[in-house]
Design a protein around this ligand. Structure first.
Ligand SMILES: *Cc1c(COP(=O)(O)O)cnc(C)c1O
Length: 430
């Protein structure tokens, strides 16, 4: 697989930390980390763009606190900021509009996704809601037909009430997406890899088709399952990257947070306005938890991936397993696309078991290390039954049509010892 560090796509010049105000965001430009003759080998014009991924995860937006020298970004637990005179302040006025801990996280995430601007929200769905405020009644969305359930709920049950229409298409075929575009299409909403069948969408192919169309629609990619370590949609032509940071970015199952990254100044300004006006902002402690999680994203993703590969191999050879869904397997439908647009295949696996729901439930009740729970992306391994848990709200006939069977189980492979995970599955499947 290709390297995961550093921007590799055609848009390397976009991979800079720019345009952020405040204590941390502008520091790379205004002070320069290398200024005081330090011995670190930073490039002179340090925007962080020259650094590899793991370095940016630890340093982008996170230089020592200018006020105290604190190495860890402080949790600025304050709702407001003193002004020296009316309108004269240090870049922060009221904490819904901006908070230094949040700025540090937003700067870091922008850097990791190869964008110019990051925006943090109170949840992944808070971030999604903010994107939908770009729309007005009569506008149209083309969405992949295999989306996170909460996203379709937002579209079908809330957005529809405002006169926004959504067409669901199989976005694994870029021509199908193009055929669904209308003059009123404002957003094309993708998710890859998807959930729970780990489907893969070719971001570059879809983006090229959408951008060639007169509608001027923006391509949104929910990058939650891959994380920027494995996939950076902006480098493949997407306009907006979205995250449930609750999952891999946070990585420890202890915080709910969402994020958006873009690389267009006007779009960033509009979203910044919406973030403040609609108000779904995260608190500073939650920002700090994600910032801490992100520091180890590179090492965590490598281990998630290594464990997942071993488990996918093991399940593929198991007599009780009918089919394994993992993009790292050569027989997976999206394997070639995943191999091209991702630098690894991630930590999510699904598998169809012989014996339907009964077998699935038995396995779920027997695992000891794999905890029975929804969610994903944490250091601990989780297991669940999509048909009765994460995807229960989908009508049974529709579930069957998509391929979410009664014997399907989904694993979020954690970073425990590979041998322990394998023997846990072994005893549960026996
Ligand atoms: C969890 C999830 C969301 C929603 O994020 P929250 O932080 O739970 O609001 C959106 N998209 C995907 C792919 C998810 O897994």
């Amino acid at each position: 697989m290709g390297r995961a560090n550093g921007p590799t796509g055609p848009d390397r010049e976009h991979s800079t930390i720019t345009g952020q105000r405040g204590l941390f965001g502008s520091a790379y430009q205004s002070r320069g980390l290398g200024k005081k003759g330090d011995t670190m080998s930073h490039t002179p014009d340090d925007t962080g763009a020259a650094w590899g991924f793991a370095t940016r995860a630890i340093h982008a937006g996170q230089e020592p606190d200018p006020a105290t020298g604190a190495v860890a970004v402080p949790i600025y637990q304050t709702s407001t900021f003193a002004q020296e005179a009316v309108g004269q302040h240090k870049g922060y006025e009221y904490a819904r509009s901006g908070n230094p801990t949040r700025t540090a996280l937003e700067t870091c995430l922008a850097s990791l996704e190869g964008g110019t601007d990051g925006l943090a929200f109170s949840s992944g769905l808070g971030a999604e809601s903010a994107v939908t405020y770009l729309l007005r009644g009569g506008d149209h969305i083309v969405a992949h037909d295999d989306l996170y359930g909460g996203t379709s709920r937002l579209f079908n049950n809330l957005l529809a009430g405002f006169g926004v229409e959504v067409t669901y298409v199989d976005a694994t075929d870029a021509a199908t997406v193009a055929a669904a575009l209308r003059p009123s299409t404002r957003l094309v909403w993708l998710e890859t890899p998807t959930n729970p069948l780990i489907g893969i969408v070719d971001i570059a192919a879809v983006s090229a088709r959408v951008h060639a169309h007169a509608s001027g629609a923006l391509v949104v990619v929910d990058n939650t399952f891959a994380s920027p370590y494995l996939q950076r949609p902006l480098e493949w032509g997407a306009d907006i990257v979205l995250h449930s940071a609750t999952k891999y970015l946070g990585g420890h199952s202890d915080v709910v947070l969402g994020a958006i990254v873009v690389r267009d100044a006007a779009l960033a300004a509009r979203l910044r306005y919406i973030q403040n006006a609609a108000g779904a902002v995260p608190g500073p402690l939650d920002c700090w938890l994600v910032l801490r999680g992100v520091k180890t994203l590179a090492v965590r993703m490598r281990q998630h991936e290594a464990n997942a590969r071993a488990i996918a191999r093991y399940l593929t050879g198991h007599a009780q397993v009918q089919r394994v869904y993992y993009p790292g397997l050569p027989e997976h439908l999206g394997h070639a696309t995943a191999a091209r647009q991702m630098s690894g295949f991630g930590g999510m696996i699904s598998a169809d078991l012989d014996g339907g729901r009964e077998t699935a439930y038995r396995v779920l009740s027997r695992t000891r290390l794999f905890t029975l729970a929804e969610s994903l992306g944490g250091v601990e391994s989780l297991i669940e039954h999509p048909a009765s848990m994460t995807h229960a709200s989908i009508a049974p006939e529709r579930r069957a049509a998509i391929g979410i069977g009664e014997g399907l189980i989904r694993l979020s492979v954690g970073i425990e010892d590979e041998a322990d995970l394998l023997s846990d599955l072994e005893q549960a499947l026996r």
